[in-house]
Design a protein around this ligand. Sequence first.
Ligand code: 5AD
Ligand code: SF4
Length: 450
Amino acid sequence: MTSDSPAKNPAKTFHVKSFGCQMNVYDGERMAEMLGTQGYVPAADGAHADLVVLNTCHIREKAAEKVYSDIGRLKREDGSTPTIAVAGCVAQAEGAEIARRAPSVDVVVGPQAYHRLPDLIARAERGEKAIDLDMPLESKFGALPKRAGGQRPTAFLTVQEGCDKFCTYCVVPYTRGAEISRPFGDLIAEARALVAGGVREITLLGQNVNAWDGEDGKGRAIGLDGLIRELAREDGLERIRYTTSHPNDMTDGLIAAHGEIDKLMPFLHLPVQAGSDRILAAMNRSHSVDSYLRVIERVRAARPDIAISGDFIVGFPGESEADFEATLDIVRATNYAMAYSFKYSRRPGTPAATMDEQIDEAVMNDRLQRLQALLNQQQQAFNEATVGRATRLLLERKGKHDGQLIGKSPWLQSVHVTAPGLAIGDMTDVRITSAGPNSLGAEPLMEAVA
Ligand code: 5AD
Ligand code: SF4
């Protein structure tokens, strides 16, 4: 600093804490990048940041209620609080009620309006409660700063948002709004920026990612498979994944893509939620057990080694023991590599919240335990079946032990490997040597995997 320059205030610090789904993680990263362009710097430690953004999840009651304890914890010993912004789906669902219940909250901003965060913070600094729950027609994506590229070799890229399916238990159509697909050109540009920043794997995100549609560079109508085909042409991008899909939007083209595009990883997250047609109808899933199993069969015909993952809800209103056993049956019929399972959570404003025959907590606990025991067994068996296999890892982070790195297999398993000269971001050929329920071990391979 020269003697005549004014003494600068130290830059303000921020911390963004994201809960819930991967789309929230993506939004959190975009908010952080935007705050960076506004002169904020990441806080070394969240507890002492000048600005804290809680990027919240509303999908189940527990997740939503957590926000209030998190806000309480931001109070410092001297009674002061940082500037607090509540973003994400709880913000959208509860709006001004949050600031009433938690007066230390300064900003409430919904998932479609967070590009306006700098303006909202400025208003809060002038002493206003700044609340923005708009779902503006102009997309936030156009207003966000260009992507910086990652410090990590993997990145998320939101290609589609919102949901028009209205499953009767789910808040997403209300908190995230109607289905929109981001334009093809914007996505290619964002992917290129990520790859230029060192990203080697991109996971395309959407609440209904396989409902993405758009026009390619030549004006032809394309679906998600067309987007994946175009992205696969990008040098430096080694792997492509996508999540989450709806069974009814698994088009012939997307299924075929799994057999044709090497960069498209052999992993499909395809939630079914329940295994009884009666419950699927009450959930308004608009698919049947049979149609789901047929999709799985066709995907496996296209890509025999594909890992299938799913989501399940136990204890939906009216679920009988026989309905629940049908869920165990569909799990046995599908054979999952991994899965997420939840107790039904009653969400205000959704049709299922007022249905008769809400299920007892103890019954839900018992069913969840039985379902998870079966899913864990399948996950362990899937992992064990990969032992002895030669495969390629993308190394993502350091392991616990010296020189150990953790990478992902094509089937999204976490695999530990120790070898000199390897670094995060490398693709490396290994042989899987051991399997636990949640991670695997491997040794380096000298010869390359085809
Ligand atoms: N209760 C329990 N689980 C739910 N999910 C969505 N809404 C609810 C709810 N009300 C689950 C579904 C969905 C996943 C993201 O969360 O399984 O696929
Ligand atoms: Fe929710 Fe159903 Fe839409 Fe998935 S498809 S986001 S579960 S409404």
